[in-house]
Design a protein around this ligand. Structure first.
Ligand code: NZQ
Ligand code: ZN
Length: 386
């Protein structure tokens, strides 16, 4: 096992009716900015629950944080923080709203002249951030219990990630009943995103880490079992609860302790979203199966372990077990309603060179757990995904 530091200070408040407990975790005298997206929380009653829990606190609202939150929009929220002397942020929504709130928390107290520098440095220049909490309405990203975020600068079509130990939520409220109103597309996206998060931290090479491996395999098997049930039985609380906790555990730092990590699928996926507006999880469903096929040799030992323990494949040659496991992974994404080919999103071979150029601009030329995913490898992956 590799050396590691594990630090995660986020309090999780899980279950039905927990939004009322906001009153206990936000200081009574706080001047709160409530940040949210395009309005789903107004239609499903989450907004009303939040407002009633906040009671007499001074509240300012900031709405309109879009999926794949934009720097341009978030800087308007930073203005509001400064103008209204806000001292606590509350994100209410999915990963985009929570990521956006992390950026606002950091940018509001940022020393530099231009807050885009936070993205250019991946968050290494963040030395402080406003305190914030979240009410999660979409299980997918794990943003509710990690310190990372992804922000898009529309004007230059750049989607960049940042992280900082100052950007953990103080608390996150996970009430699975808030997810009942999710469109099926987002239910599918959420399960696929969580699945790929586990794969990025698990599907590398063995370092004798049975705790992390079995934990990861448990999360993958849970997503395979519960994901389709959420589509066929959307009103079932327990299914929603299991998916919600699974997505959080998939990216809160636990399963990445002491193991190598890949993240090449995510880096290529970010370019697909920045250039073509494809949903985050859809980009991952396009890239991951081909990524595993192209990098089969480097990942052979873990692919065999995955085939046996996650998909119960024990018979046949090594290669056939690996091939079957990758096919079953791709079938699972399709079963969740997430299409897995570039062609499904009206993209063809002509679209590949600009994606590679964007990867080069963003210095994503030696990625993956062994830094051997060069632009040429990325090209092969994308060509196989046509
Ligand atoms: O904007 P509203 O009206 O709220 O609608 C949203 C949005 O249209 C809707 N929605 C959310 N909860 C709902 C709901 N609709 C009905 N009922 C509910 N309960 O769902 C749509 C998508 O929301 P969004 O927040 O964009 O989705 P998601 O949670 O998948 O977040 C995606 C973003 O997270 C980033 C992605 O890159 C992307 O920008 N990621 C963040 C990570 C992190 N912080 O660790 C890791 C991930 O890999 C990912 O990169
Ligand atoms: Zn993701």
């Amino acid at each position: 096992m590799l050396n590691f530091d594990f630090y995660n200070p986020t309090q999780i408040m899980f279950g039905k009716g927990r939004i009322a407990d906001l009153d206990k975790v936000i200081p009574a005298g706080a001047k709160v900015l409530v940040l949210y997206g395009g309005g789903s929380i107004k239609q499903n009653g989450v907004f009303d629950q939040v407002m009633s829990a906040l009671g007499a606190r001074s509240i300012t609202e900031f709405s309109g944080i879009e999926p794949n939150p934009s720097y341009e929009t978030l800087m308007q929220a930073v203005e509001s923080v400064k103008k209204n002397q806000i001292d606590f942020l509350l994100a209410v929504g999915g990963g985009s709203v929570i990521d956006g709130t992390k950026f606002v928390a950091a940018a509001s107290l940022f020393d530099g002249a231009d807050s885009w520098a936070i993205l250019e440095k991946g968050g290494r220049n963040v030395t402080q951030a406003l305190p914030f909490g979240s009410v999660l309405t979409l299980p997918a990203t794990g943003s509710e219990m990690n310190n990372g975020g992804v922000v898009t600068r529309k004007s230059i079509k750049a989607k960049m990630a940042f992280s900082s130990r100052h950007c953990f939520p103080k608390f996150s409220i996970l009430d699975p009943t808030t997810t009942f109103t999710l469109p099926m597309r987002q239910v599918g996206n959420g399960a696929v995103d969580a699945y790929v998060h586990v794969m990025e931290q698990y599907m590398t090479y063995p370092v004798n880490s049975p705790v992390q491996d079995r934990f990861a395999e448990g999360l993958l098997k849970t997503l395979i079992e519960e994901g389709p049930k959420a589509l066929s039985n959307p009103a079932d609380y327990d299914i929603r609860a299991n998916l919600m906790w699974c997505a959080t555990m998939a990216l809160n730092g636990v399963i990445s302790t002491g193991v190598p990590q890949d993240w090449a699928t995510h880096m290529i996926g970010h370019e697909l979203t920045a250039l073509h507006g494809i949903d985050h999880a859809q980009t991952l469903a396009i890239v991951l199966p081909s990524m595993l096929r192209i990098r089969k040799e480097g990942k052979r030992a873990k692919l065999l372990q995955y085939a046996e323990r996650v998909w119960d494949l024990r018979d046949g040659s090594e290669d056939s077990r690996i091939d079957q496991a990758i096919n079953m992974t791709q079938d699972f994404f399709e079963q969740m309603g997430v299409k897995t080919r570039l062609g499904d999103y009206q993209l063809n071979a002509d679209h590949i060179p600009p994606i590679l150029a964007a990867l080069e601009t963003h210095r994503m030329v030696a990625i993956g757990e062994k830094r051997d995913v060069t632009l040429d490898v990325s090209r092969q992956v994308l060509e196989l995904s046509l």
